[in-house]
Design a protein. Structure first.
Length: 264
């Protein structure tokens, strides 16, 4: 499936996005790499030896530019087969302390930016009668936890939007794959926003001890190749697996456990 396909990855400058770029390149895909930092994208492109790569910086918070970027990809490659919505930002702060600007920024980047890029790419996929959207959500897209209200809200919103899109375009040859990682060893918690919008600059213990981004990318690429609708990736032991099972079968018990995690 993947050899020769054009894969556009956001958040490609580090973490899961970077390892996905390397993995898709190894599988024979052509790549469009996007994120805010051109120098880091160039570094990642150099790791994708042998693949045809278009470096295309973008800021998910500035979605007005997206409709102008799609023609550049189409002019370069002729089509867009697969979009991996990986870019995003997290949060670590209580609701009572979190400024509205932080809520708006997280929704702008994680939700509205993703929706805008999807809408910009969708006409070309509809015309081609084929394509796939891959959305890197989170276990937080299923289970709300303390200190992550805006982040969880943005991920929950993505599930609602893409479940609806999947229903609308399935007969047009377009598929949607939702990916829900557990704790992955990336800089997500270090870059997470605090109540006033500044980064935490601290890596949480769960993240530091998380599953590797490289191994996670392999799981994601397998799910993408199989065109799965929704997949949980990562190590999934302990709290992650327990929370997902309880959310389905023992929601009241999960609610009490999560409440006990709230800061005193």
């Amino acid at each position: 499936m993947l050899p020769g396909q054009v894969v556009w990855i956001t958040g490609a400058s580090s973490g899961i996005g970077e390892e996905l770029a390397v993995g898709f390149a190894a599988a024979g895909a052509k790549l469009v790499l996007s994120a805010r930092r051109p120098e880091e994208l160039a570094r990642v492109a150099a790791r994708c030896a042998g693949a045809e790569v278009l470096v295309l910086p973008l800021d998910l918070a500035k979605s007005d530019a997206f409709e102008g970027l799609v023609p550049r990809v189409l002019a370069h490659f002729g089509r867009i087969d697969l979009v991996v919505h990986n870019g995003g930002i997290s949060q670590r702060s209580l609701v009572k302390d979190t400024e509205m600007a932080v809520h708006r920024r997280i929704m702008e980047v994680n939700y509205f930016g993703t929706v805008a890029l999807t809408r910009a790419v969708l006409p070309s996929m509809l015309a081609a009668k084929q394509g796939q959207f891959v959305v890197i959500s989170s276990v937080a897209g299923k289970v709300g936890t303390p200190l992550r209200s805006a982040y969880c809200a943005s991920k929950h919103a993505l599930h609602g939007f893409f479940d609806s899109l999947r229903a609308e375009v399935a007969k047009e040859g377009i598929s949607v794959t939702m990916i829900c990682p557990g704790y992955i060893a990336t800089e997500v918690s270090k870059n997470a926003l605090t109540a006033d919008g500044s980064p935490t600059n601290r890596t949480g213990e769960d993240i530091a001890n998380g599953f590797s981004a490289e191994a996670t990318a392999r799981q994601i690429i397998a799910a993408v190749s199989a065109k799965k609708s929704e997949v949980y990736v990562g190590r999934f032991v302990g709290k992650e697996r327990l929370a997902l099972g309880m959310k389905r079968f023992l929601p009241g018990v999960l609610e009490r456990l999560v409440q006990n995690q709230a800061p005193k």
